[in-house]
Design a protein around this ligand. Structure first.
Ligand SMILES: [Zn+2]
Ligand SMILES: [Zn+2]
Length: 259
């Protein structure tokens, strides 16, 4: 049965072995309140015990704004913010970002597979990881809605789907929060991997998004989803567009799988 195969290694999922790991990981990621929920989510995730054990989880010591793992980023200052967040412009546009995993070498291949194939089992896997991340960091937030970083219509035609929308659908179902398409992409930006450096990324993201046709209350708390936070330029650009439309009483938090 295909549901018994691990999406990461293709091996068979052995329930008993996996349950032990799920319990241990849930303890690592939760407090007393969130333990049962996180444990249930990890138990249901479509990976084997070995792969679950090997996930590059972000530790407890993080930059309070961008969610970067302090252990892997020596430049985090004593105020709880990393160097980029201390010196970055418009830091308040996004209240905070949180992510679950470090973007390590093996992770790139798996994410690439999901991005270009839109595999439904990988969508479920990543969607569950996002749900775990909400439980870990944003449990008490009471989000009004979830929204995603949109693809440009041209890209959407080429690819046939927006992988982040697939994630949002799984996440929304798991945490029972509605998904709304708040934004449209007005400018097709060059592939991030082809851009050099922080400044040019921020430059190319300027005014890349516009408000869609949706109507939500101005005092909304919005959860913005993407697969990865690299410099945060894309997410901040989305957040800026949302704030320009809703005004200063809205709050925008972001959530990504990788940081
Ligand atoms: Zn595996
Ligand atoms: Zn930071």
């Amino acid at each position: 049965m295909s549901s018994g195969m691990c999406v990461r290694c293709g091996g068979r999922i052995i329930a008993l072995q996996k349950e032990t790991v799920a319990r241990e990981k849930a303890r690592q990621l939760s407090d007393q309140m969130s333990y049962p929920v996180i444990y249930r989510m990890l138990k249901g995730i479509v990976v084997c015990g070995v792969c679950l054990d090997a996930l590059p989880l972000i530790g407890h010591d993080i930059c309070q704004r961008c969610g970067r793992d302090r252990k892997w980023q020596a430049s985090i200052g004593s105020e709880g913010l990393c160097r980029d967040c201390v010196h970055g412009e418009d830091g308040q546009i996004l209240v905070a970002n949180r992510s679950l995993l470090r973007y390590e070498k093996g992770e790139k291949d798996l994410l690439g597979l999901f991005k270009y194939r839109g595999d439904e089992r990988l969508a479920s896997y990543y969607g569950t990881l996002l749900a775990v991340t909400v439980q870990r960091y944003y449990r008490s937030m009471g989000f009004t809605c979830i929204t995603t970083v949109p693809l440009h219509p041209q890209r959407l035609r080429e690819r046939g789907f927006n992988q982040v929308d697939l994630l949002a659908r799984h996440l929304g179902a798991a945490i029972k929060i509605p998904v709304r398409s708040l934004l449209r992409r007005t400018k097709d930006t060059p592939k991030l991997s082809k851009q050099r450096g922080r400044v040019s990324r921020q430059e190319s993201m300027r005014e890349a998004f516009a408000w869609g046709e949706q109507s939500i209350p101005s005092a909304s708390t919005v959860l913005l989803i993407d697969d990865i936070y690299t410099t945060g330029a894309t997410l901040r650009s989305c957040a800026r567009t949302i704030r320009e439309h809703l005004g200063p009483s809205c709050e925008i938090y972001s959530l990504t799988i990788y940081r």
